[in-house]
Design a protein around this ligand. Structure first.
Ligand code: FAD
Ligand code: SIN
Length: 541
């Protein structure tokens, strides 16, 4: 392992999904920008988004209605100011995506191309209006295409792919003043060099942590690095007990993380048992379009009651041409596994999907560490509360990327002295390759115990068992591999263990059931004493 000369820029962005790139493109107007992505540029949760981005767009819709739907889904824990701000600024953030080149699907009316009313609006669970702009069923891929092209066209932005951030560079991380973030240590995965990347403002946009669970819709990059790095550095993290499970992932041994968008249910798809009985009406008057936590729990309960490995989702009553045109990617994906959406039901199961909690920020993206900002899935603004409304996350990331820039620009413009000298990363001892099996074993243990003990339904005993095991794994990571086997796998394993611990500790703290957090030992929703975020912080300045 070698060290390279340090890199410096005005702004550092850790993560190149919708939140990071929205921020970077704005920041390039004000200074130099470095964007780190731990894999290739296109590998981000954003690229997999199917349903779309929720925003008030039609004259039949209103901000009040979107706000009401978001608050209802959030089960009493949303921060009203965050909800109002993000929803009201949504249309402008969407217009900016369009200005940057995103092509959302239009209604085929033959009308003028530039009319906003011409965009096709999808419907998803918990929304009382059609308000989801989409690019067929490949919305995220289209947004990523537009944003990566826009970023590449700006000479002020330097993107370093395959650079995985390890630890934040925080001045005086345990006591006293001044206390601030000045960048990050990052491992260049292609050369094995560790670099110090220095900046005056750091935007954390590392996305979610689906990989902490055995079954997830998320790609491999989603290992919760941002939450773990920020927590280690002393930032407040919040609401991590609220992990959202998407109700419908394709069930097939070879289908890794293949999401079946909620937009199918928005177009009439019905959840059924193997004998063809529809069951959602028994759980909620909105049936398939009930909020996501209710649908996922209903499926989980039917699977347990009948001893099933999956339930079915059926859209075959809709016109075959419509299905192929509206959901080309899902149609093709299912066909490749032997299921024809136009001809019959497909097998589906819930899977871990979205981290509603994260690094706590204010409405300008400020974390509790000066000069450190966070936006997108890694952040907890208060928008989602105890349960995120479908398609509100691309919206939050786009709005908060812009708002975070406005705040970071001020701190960069104000100067504020030179960054302190940070030591080179201690390269530690040589790699011992036989230890690889211990790393894969620890990964599997964490993901399986989180699935079995900290999943859709929890209990006090399961949470206690989970915590004991995670503590042991954390101890092993630190005593056996951390200081002598520094590669992407160990970096991610350490972060996964931290995030798993934080999810469990948050879940143990909340002794009630609310939104996505359901504990059979505390099945009721508690009183006003529980209406606050669950905040964890290692130390505060
Ligand atoms: P991401 O897009 O995940 O980007 C994270 C970036 O951080 C990546 O570039 C990654 O390389 C980088 N990174 C991570 N760790 C490190 C590190 N240690 N060092 C350096 N770089 C790092 N939401 C909706 O609103 N609508 C939808 O239709 C929708 N559909 C979805 C479908 C799927 C299958 C999935 C998985 C999610 C979906 N979501 C949807 C959720 C939404 O896509 C994500 O919440 C959102 O895209 C997150 O964006 P982000 O910019 O915060 O993070
Ligand atoms: C989906 O298309 O079902 C995903 C939407 C979301 O996660 O918001």
């Amino acid at each position: 392992m070698r060290h390279n000369a340090q890199l410096s820029s005005d702004f550092l962005v850790i993560g190149g999904g919708i939140a990071g790139l929205t921020f970077a493109i704005k920041a390039a107007e004000a200074g130099t920008v470095t964007v780190l992505t731990k894999a290739g540029s296109s590998e981000a949760n954003t690229a997999y988004a199917q349903g779309g981005i929720a925003s008030v767009w039609s004259v039949h819709d209103s901000f009040e209605s979107h706000i009401e739907d978001t608050l209802r889904a959030g089960a009493g824990l949303c921060d009203r100011a965050a909800v109002e701000t993000i929803i009201r600024e949504g249309p402008e953030a969407v217009r900016e995506l369009i200005r940057l080149g995103t092509r959302f699907t239009r209604v085929e009316t033959g009308g003028p191309d530039d009319s906003e009313q011409e965009y096709d609006l999808g419907r998803e669970g918990g929304h009382s209006h059609r308000r989801v702009l989409h690019a067929q069923d490949l919305t995220g891929r289209e947004i990523m295409r537009a944003l990566t092209e826009a970023a590449a066209a700006r000479p002020n932005i330097r993107t370093l792919e395959n650079h995985i951030a390890i630890n934040l560079l925080v001045e005086n991380p345990t006591a006293g003043k001044p206390y601030a973030c000045w960048g990050v240590y990052a491992l260049d995965r292609s050369t094995h060099e560790i670099r110090k990347v220095i900046s005056r403002a750091t935007m954390l946009a590392t996305g979610g942590a689906g990989k902490v669970y055995l079954y997830t819709t998320n790609p491999d990059i989603a290992s919760g690095d941002g939450v773990a790095m920020a927590y280690r550095a002393g930032a407040a993290v919040a609401n991590l007990e609220f992990y959202q499970f998407h109700p419908t992932c394709l069930y097939h041994p070879a289908a890794k993380s293949f999401l079946i968008s909620e937009a199918l249910r928005g177009e009439g798809a019905i959840l059924k048992l193997p004998d063809g009985t529809a069951f959602m009406k028994r759980y909620h008057p909105d049936a398939e379009l009930a909020p996501r936590d209710i649908v996922a729990r209903a499926i989980d309960s039917e699977m347990k009651r009948h001893g099933l490995d999956f339930v079915y989702l059926d859209l075959s009553h809709r016109d075959a041409d419509f299905i192929r045109r509206r959901f080309p990617n899902i149609f093709k994906g299912c066909l490749s596994f032997g299921y024809d959406l136009t001809k019959g039901p497909i097998p589906v199961v819930p899977a871990a999907h979205y981290m509603c909690g994260g690094v706590q920020t204010d409405l300008d993206g400020r974390t509790s560490i000066p000069r450190l900002y966070a936006a997108g899935e890694v952040a907890m603004t208060g928008l989602h509360g105890a349960n995120r409304l479908a398609s509100n996350s691309l919206l939050e990331a786009a709005v908060m990327g812009r708002r975070g820039f406005a705040a970071a620009r001020e701190i960069v413009a104000s100067g504020g002295g030179a960054p302190p000298e940070f030591p080179e990363w201690d390269p530690g001892r040589a790699i011992r390759s036989e230890e690889r099996v211990m790393i894969t074993q620890s990964w599997d243990e964490i993901r399986r115990l989180m699935w079995n003990y900290v999943g859709i339904v929890r209990s006090d005993q399961r949470l206690e068992r989970a915590l004991r095991r995670i503590e042991l794994i954390k101890e092993e990571i630190h005593s056996y591999y951390w200081d002598h086997l520094l590669d992407a796998d160990t970096i991610e394993l350490r972060n996964l263990a931290t995030v798993a611990e934080l999810v469990v500790r948050s879940a143990m703290t909340r002794r009630e059931s609310r939104g996505l957090h359901y504990n059979i030992d505390h099945p009721e929703t508690g009183g006003p004493e529980w209406v606050h975020p669950t905040v964890l912080q290692k130390f505060a300045q």
